[in-house]
Design a protein around this ligand. Structure first.
Ligand code: AMP
Ligand code: GLY
Length: 425
């Protein structure tokens, strides 16, 4: 089968790497891809926003399945336009992508189907949102309703911070994404990411992970898209997975089907494991980045077979098997990130690092005269697998120490929570 993969980050490199191992694969194309993905796929310069151009490419190359990596094209309806042209897609429709595209939509679904989540209010004027904050007090969480590139959430420890965040949203800091805000209860507990492959009817558990959102060691500093991740997540015990499926995922699948927007694709369930059990923080309608990188390392089965089954509505016959080892990925970022990253700096020693027994997924790189240079905020994902999270951590950092890139940086403590747990055993 010929496959087109949409996207250009570390998540898509990990997907390409795993897809390339499928005996079912004939040719893999990636648009736009990156220099790491180019090792596994033929890169094509397609304008993803031009859906008819994507349709024309799929026809020309007899694409059997399109796999959409990021949320942007899904929320924009790329899946619908491809399906309307008779092309098979892994990824939800525009209507189902509202689970990520509108936080208010998801909160209302939770309310209607009794899905455990933080108590909330939805507001389209600053005055109403401010009044709600004043009635609830701090700590409290303010979220722009729409897609804000991971930057639309403020966990406010004081009322003043929350009020400032409301003003930011309505002042247009997040464009149209901030025209409405959700204000919600501050939850405490341990966060975990849980994934399900979905085919509209069936949801199949597809791995657990934990990521580190903050830029600095010890989980300090501003939030990022994710500075590293590991899998499995120790808090996601079989019992917790079972509860999450029953209390959160199953009613969501039912709710989406009931409103004529059945969910197919990958559902990324962002959870807070509280004293009262799992609560939904947010949904994403795509794989996590960098969570996908650690999932792909551990997946034993043929990814292409599973994603096609999801696109075909055939998941009820499937299951996924995982390696027992732990996988851990460390993000190397360009200095300046999560602000404006420095671009164009030269990265050396990648081959030597890769030969130490890790996978290096490219996130934001470019190739210039045969050398790899930084071309984004998150640049490389150094990914290791071992018997314990601690060993995987050592392997990843040993490989990082072989990379010669003075303008790059990484956290030195990815996986600390799991490593501490292992020490306590
Ligand atoms: P999100 O972009 O929705 O993933 O939110 C970013 C981060 O904010 C999450 O990973 C949590 O750490 C935090 N967060 C979001 N909602 C809440 C909440 N209701 N209570 C506590 N922390 C939250
Ligand atoms: N790593 C978090 C995300 O992909 O949203």
């Amino acid at each position: 089968m010929n496959v087109l993969l949409i996207g250009s980050g570390g998540r898509e490199h990990a997907l390409a790497w795993k897809l390339a191992a499928s005996p079912m694969l004939t040719r893999l194309y990636a648009a736009p891809g990156n220099p790491g993905i180019a090792r596994e796929a033929e890169l094509v310069a397609l304008d993803i926003a031009d859906h008819q151009a994507v349709v024309a490419f799929c026809r020309e190359k007899s694409i059997g399945l399109v796999i959409v990596g990021p949320e942007g094209p899904l929320v924009a309806g790329l899946g619908d336009d491809l399906r309307a042209a008779g092309i098979k897609v892994f990824g939800p429709s525009k209507a189902a992508a509202r689970l990520e595209g509108s936080k208010g939509f998801t909160k209302d679904l939770c309310a209607r189907y009794d899905i455990p989540t933080a108590a909330y209010g939805r507001f389209d004027t600053p005055a109403a949102a401010r009044a709600y904050v004043k009635s609830q007090g701090a700590p409290i969480v303010v979220k722009a309703d729409g897609l804000a590139a991971g930057k639309g959430v403020t966990v406010a420890m004081t009322e003043a911070e929350a009020l400032a965040a409301i003003d930011d949203c309505f002042d247009g800091s997040f464009g149209s994404a901030g025209a409405e805000v959700v204000v919600e209860e501050f939850l405490t507990g341990e966060e975990a990411s849980f994934f399900c492959l979905c085919d509209g009817k069936t949801a199949m558990p597809f791995g657990t992970a934990q990521d580190h959102k903050q830029v600095g060691d010890g989980d300090t500093g501003p939030n990022t898209g994710g500075m590293g991740a590991y899998s499995p997540a120790p808090v996601m015990t079989p019992d917790m997975i079972d509860r999450t499926m029953r209390e959160i995922v199953a009613p969501t699948m039912r709710g989406m089907a009931d409103m004529g927007a059945p969910f197919s694709g990958v559902l990324f369930v962002g959870l807070m494991i509280t004293e009262a059990g799992p609560k939904l923080i947010e949904y994403n309608v795509r794989f996590g980045d960098p969570e996908c990188q650690v999932l792909m390392m551990r997946l034993r089965d043929d990814l292409l077979v599973l994603l096609e089954a999801a696109a075909d509505g055939q998941l009820s016959h499937m299951s996924a098997r995982w390696r027992d080892e732990a996988a851990l990925t460390v993000v190397m970022a360009a200095s300046g990130y999560p602000g404006t990253p420095q671009k164009g700096t030269v990265i050396r020693g990648l081959e030597q690092a890769q030969n130490s027994g890790v996978e290096i997924f490219h996130a934001g790189t470019a190739e210039r005269d045969g050398t790899i240079v930084a071309n984004g905020g998150r640049v490389l994902n150094v990914t290791a697998m071992a018997g314990t999270v601690g060993e995987a951590q050592r392997k990843a950092y040993a490989a990082i120490d072989l990379i010669d890139w003075p303008e790059g940086f990484c956290r030195r403590d990815i996986g600390w929570r799991a490593v501490e747990r292992e020490k306590g055993r």
